[in-house]
Design a protein around this ligand. Structure first.
Ligand code: TTP
Ligand code: MG
Length: 605
């Protein structure tokens, strides 16, 4: 290698020399919704296809794109450019979500960190895998390379990225073989570049970019908005300072940027403009919330809102069943139109819900009709808090989301595993939760600015958390159990999912103040979702058909329990009234009952 090249290449790599160590792949499914529909109905493959949501074609197959049908085109315009466009409704996201999860699962088989981004995109950090393969010898790049003229970099990143391109190709091939979807991939040493080069050769192809091409590639982007982490507000600020293209941003001095942004933000903007991005690929876990939203022109009548929520709830329950976790918090979101100001804004309210609304039958999460009715009552109660019904209102969106979940018990230390046969199990505490009291599944009152599987990801404003009742805080702390406590369930004091009397008092007041009861003609004031747990006590106590042991209890397992616990249980089953949690007169009872083993039992509905 001659000196000039050496100098040039080392200077090209100097600014982030050690940052070339990673190999990142970004995979995006081609015309995702359209492919899902084409796989379901192969006849659609041969025709130009548009996927319609409301009056918009959210995506189209490549056949339709040849006619000029673009993503997010109005249906009327799409039909003009392609009169024989076949339109299929894409409003039910169920199949898309299922396909998205399957693709994610295929990618997980490489045992590298996979970060899901939206429905049809994933980042995969294949750095370690590349390290293993680098010795194997084959360094042929697969697919396209951005800027064939790039010079060799001494850190070895070219070799690594070439190997990453082979892995990307294998991944795309497996997604196609196993599931039938064609995809595009971008390969780079960071997420920003991998994502940005991914669509350069569409469909069904892949592109690799080497680090020294980063700055040049970024300068081709016409708008700063093309950079994924630059949002509309930042774009506005930049434009107001005449920084429009990425090239403008590259030329802007750090000092100039610092005048309008925080120091960190200014540096980040500058780095992004040069194609530098050190953000890690974060392994995607299960969503923190599962939500759905429905937007429309205007709804101003309560019964219509109720219908919208009811329809959303039905769909949401399907998602929750697929997810399998038991929701313990529900959020309602509204977008209100302010006719005077010609603007709209979002407002949300959330509250805890009793896990006993959900049942588990044969391992599947379900909700009875009564449970659904309870959920609707809660939803409309939250709605009533958000809307002053004495005045006219205009809504353009309603949203529902389950925002916190209880993991289902499978661990050996579960009391359920000691006591239950294969029956419906609800309201079971997970003794194996993490001990982060700030955000455990017990911390019901904290609003989580969480992401979700669906449109809930959008710019929903999360309402400030309602103040945590001290009791709940205490409960959350109690959830940090020592190993000994877990091993010896009789010592546990965690069965406090129920509200104490004061809280029950608040609940009944809330109920009395509730402006709408039309949804729950059968629900008596003393019995709503928040007092289910105490109902459960009763159910357990009444459930037995023998003196000592209710029928649903596995006697063999019961016999294996410590004596002390057996005695406690027997005594309580014999004398149910002693175990009934204070629900008969919530307004007059102030003392919390001591913890009892029966608190671990849940109703079998
Ligand atoms: P994209 O990946 O942006 O689009 P696409 O996969 O349909 O097409 P491409 O080949 O260009 O990648 O979005 C993924 C899916 O998200 C898309 O199939 C439909 C849906 N979608 C919306 O619901 N609303 C939108 O505004 C856009 C852009 C997409
Ligand atoms: Mg796509």
């Amino acid at each position: 290698m001659d000196d000039t090249i050496m100098q040039s290449s080392s200077s090209a790599c100097s600014y982030v020399d050690n940052e070339h160590s990673r190999s990142i792949i970004h995979i995006d499914v081609d015309c995702f919704y359209a492919q899902v529909e084409m796989l379901r109905n192969p006849e659609l493959r041969a025709v130009p296809l548009g996927i319609q949501q409301k009056n918009i074609v959210v995506t189209s197959n490549y056949e339709a794109r040849n006619y000029g049908v673009q993503k997010c085109m109005l249906v009327t315009d799409a039909v003009k450019v392609c009169p024989n466009l076949k339109l299929v409704s894409g409003e039910d996201l169920h199949n898309y979500r299922a396909a998205s999860n399957k693709i994610f699962e295929v990618l997980l088989t490489w045992k590298c960190p996979v970060e899901k981004l939206g429905m049809d995109e994933n980042f995969i950090d294949v750095t370690k895998l590349v390290e293993e393969k680098v010795k194997s010898g084959n360094q042929t790049l697969i697919g396209h390379m951005y800027n064939e003229m790039s010079m060799e970099c001494p850190c070895g990143c070219h070799t690594r990225l070439k190997i990453a391109s082979q892995i990307a190709s294998d991944m795309r091939q497996k997604i196609y073989n196993d599931l039938g979807y064609t995809t595009c991939a971008g390969i780079a040493h960071n997420k920003l570049l991998a994502k940005l080069v991914c669509p350069l050769h569409k469909p069904n192809d892949q592109t690799t970019i080497f680090p020294e091409s980063a700055e040049g590639f970024m300068s081709t982007l016409q708008s700063v908005r093309c950079i994924p982490s630059i949002g509309s507000k930042t774009t506005e600020t930049l434009i107001s300072h005449n920084i429009i293209s990425v090239s403008d941003l590259q030329k802007a001095s750090l000092e100039e940027l610092k005048k309008n942004f925080s120091s960190d933000m200014a540096v980040r903007l500058k780095n992004l403009s040069l194609g530098e991005d050190s953000t890690p690929v974060k392994q995607t876990g299960r969503p923190q919330s599962i939500g759905l939203e429905d937007s429309f022109k205007t709804v101003s009548v309560k019964s219509e809102v109720e219908d919208k929520f009811s329809a959303l709830l039905q769909r949401l329950l399907v998602l929750v069943r697929e997810d399998g976790r038991i929701p313990v918090s529900l959020r309602v979101t509204l977008r209100k139109k302010d006719a005077k100001r010609l603007s709209s804004h979002r407002e949300s309210r959330q509250c805890q819900i009793s896990p006993s609304i959900f049942t588990i039958t044969n391992g599947t999460l379900a909700v009875t009709d009564a449970g659904q009715q309870k959920l609707m009552t809660i939803i409309m109660r939250l709605f009533n808090k958000l809307i002053d019904l004495s005045k006219p209102f205009h809504l353009t969106l309603v949203g529902l989301a389950f925002t916190k979940f209880q993991e289902r018990m499978t661990g050996r230390s579960s009391i359920v595993n000691y006591l239950m046969n294969d029956i419906s199990v609800q309201s079971v505490l997970n003794l194996q939760n993490d001990c982060d009291t700030s955000a455990t599944s017990m911390d019901y009152s904290a609003a989580s600015p969480s992401s979700s599987t669906t449109t809930d990801l959008s710019d929903a404003e999360v309402e400030p958390s309602p103040k945590k009742p001290k009791k709940v805080n205490w409960i959350a702390k109690r959830r940090c159990l020592s190993k000994e406590e877990v091993a010896s369930p009789s010592k546990l004091k965690v069965g406090e999912l129920r509200l104490n009397s004061k809280e029950l008092e608040k609940v009944s007041e809330l109920r009395l103040n509730s402006r709408d009861r039309s949804l729950t003609p059968r629900a008596s004031p003393a019995k709503d979702n928040l007092s289910d747990a105490s109902d459960s006590m009763k159910d357990v106590a009444e459930g037995g058909n023998c003196d000592d042991c209710p029928s649903y209890v596995d006697k063999e397992v019961f016999n294996a329990l410590p004596d002390e616990m057996q005695q406690e249980l027997k005594a309580m089953w014999k004398n149910p009234s002693s175990s009934e949690v204070q629900r008969s007169s919530p307004r007059t009872t102030n003392k919390a009952k001591p913890n009892t083993i029966l608190k671990y039992f849940v109703p079998h509905k």
